[in-house]
Design a protein around this ligand. Structure first.
Ligand code: CUA
Length: 141
């Protein structure tokens, strides 16, 4: 319980300072990820002009969906969780770098100001297929 209060306190502080949100706010039953909205339909949702929410599953040994495409200047909040083991969620050339822990929903926001292909990498060793676990974020100019 103390941990939860601590995490909420950090979350409130981080959000008020407009920093990267903390990784662990929401919980989810890891055995029911595939049936739990919004992770039952992972993918990109547009929430405004150049504003998106991206729900990506991290699992052995892939991200689902593995590729998303957004226009340059988009602000994307990523939400991720794992139904199996601990993974990493790191997007190259950004500050998005989260641990993905079964039972928790991790989130982070980034504004993609430059066009190009960003790699989404699992940077936590998760098993024999760890090195094949990656995705791409295509930012179109
Ligand atoms: Cu998933 Cu390493």
């Amino acid at each position: 319980m103390a941990l939860v209060v601590f995490l909420i306190a950090i979350g409130a502080a981080a959000l008020s300072e407009n920093m990267i949100p903390p990784s662990h706010i929401q919980t989810i039953d890891p055995t029911k990820v595939a049936q739990t909205p919004p992770f039952d339909r992972p993918g990109l949702r547009q929430t405004g002009q150049r504003q998106y929410e991206a729900y990506l599953l991290a699992h052995i040994f892939a991200f689902t969906p593995p590729h998303i495409t957004i226009p340059v200047g988009s602000k994307v909040t990523f939400y991720t969780t794992s139904p199996d083991v601990v993974h990493g969620f790191f997007i190259t050339n950004t500050a998005v770098n989260m641990m993905v822990v079964p039972g928790w929903v991790s989130s982070a926001t980034h504004v993609f100001r430059r066009a190009g292909t960003y790699l989404l990498l699992c940077n936590g060793y998760c098993g024999s297929g760890h090195h094949y676990m990656y995705g791409t974020i295509e930012v179109k100019g």
